[in-house]
Design a binder for this molecule. Sequence first.
Ligand SMILES: Nc1ncnc2c1ncn2[C@@H]1O[C@H](COP(=O)(O)OP(=O)(O)OP(=O)(O)O)[C@@H](O)[C@H]1O
Ligand code: SF4
Ligand SMILES: [Mg+2]
Length: 330
Amino acid sequence: MDKTKELLRGDNLVVQFRQTQGFRRTLICPVNEISLAVAANEILGIVGESGSGKTTLGRALAGMTSIVRGSLWLKGQNVSRLSRKELRKYWSQVQMIFQDVYNSLNPIYTVEQQLSFPIQRHATPTQSVREELENLLQITGLTPTAAVRARLPHELSGGQRQRVAIVRALAARPDLLIADEPVSMLDVSLRADILQLLARLRNDLGLAIVYITHDLPSAVYIADRILVMYGGCLVETIRADALIRESRHPYTERLLAAARFENPGSSPFSGGGSANSSVLLTSYRGCPYAPRCPIAAQICSTTRPSLIRMGRDHSAACHALSGSHQAQSG
Ligand SMILES: Nc1ncnc2c1ncn2[C@@H]1O[C@H](COP(=O)(O)OP(=O)(O)OP(=O)(O)O)[C@@H](O)[C@H]1O
Ligand code: SF4
Ligand SMILES: [Mg+2]
C-alpha cells in the first residue's frame, strides 16, 4: 500500500487470553502475529468463521483490547507512545460499532438524549448540538428526524437502532469506523440498506471502514480488500474484486463454496461450524486450518506457514502454495 495513504497499520499484532476449562488453565492467541494496514477512505473486510478472532482483532485496532506484542500506528504515530491526551483523541478517531446494538443503547433515553452527549463532547464552535444531530440523522437516513429523535430504543426497528449506533460513532468525527458484524442481527431485508449506508458514508464523509463479518459475499460487495482469518491467523489477503477468480487458500475456497453471492448478507454461516479451538492455543505450532484442510500434509500440523506474496495486494499462507507441502507429503 502507498504509505502516504496509510491511515492505520498494525505490525505483527498479538493478543492472548487466559481461559479456564475445569481445572485446566490455557493460554489462547486469537490474534496471532497479524499485520495489516487500512488506507484512508478504504473499506477493508475481515472475514472468518465464529471464533477465528475477528472481534478481538477489531477491538485491538480500536484500542479496546491490549496487545501483548506488535505495534499499532495511526497516521504514522506509534499508538503505544501516545500520551493520555493523545490516546483519548485516538479513541475518538477510531470508533467501533457492534452487532448487538440493543444492549449498547440506554433503554430509558430517547434517541435525542442518547446522541446529544457524544455530539456535545465533539462539537465544533460553529455548529449547535441540535444542528449536528439533525445533520447526522439525515445522513444516516433516520427520518422523519423529529419523530426519530423522540423515540426510545424499543420503539425503533433493528435497522434504525444500528443507524443510531452509527450516528453515535460519527459524532466523534472519526477517520476510521470498525463495524463488527453490523448487519448479522438484522432481518435479511434490512441488511443491504445498512451496507449501502456504510458505503455511502465512506464516499460522503471520506471515512475508512473495517467491516468485520462471517459473510463473505457481503464483504466482497462492500469492501476494497479482504483479509481472511482462521484460528487467529491471517490466511489470505486479496482485493475484493479478485477474490472469486484468484484466491488460492483452501479455507477461502471453502468459504467461496458455501457463499450465496446473489444475496449478500444472507449466507448461513459460510464455512460450516466454528474453528477448532485447540488451534488457538499458544502451544499449537501448525497451520490453524490443518485439522480441517482436505489437502493437509505432514508439515501442516507441525509448522505454521508464512504469508507468501502471490501478486499485487495478494498474499496467502499455505504450504501447498510454497512447494514445501509436496516435499513432505510426497
Ligand atoms: N475476553 C476474553 N477472554 C478470554 N477469551 C476470549 C475473550 N474474548 C474472546 N475470547 C476467545 O477468543 C476467541 C476468538 O473470539 P472472537 O470473539 O474474537 O472471535 P470472532 O471471530 O469474532 O467470533 P464470532 O464470529 O463468533 O463473533 C474465542 O475462542 C473466544 O472465546
Ligand atoms: S498449510 Fe496445509 S493445512 Fe494449511 S491450508 Fe495449506 S495445505 Fe491446508
Ligand atoms: Mg465476533
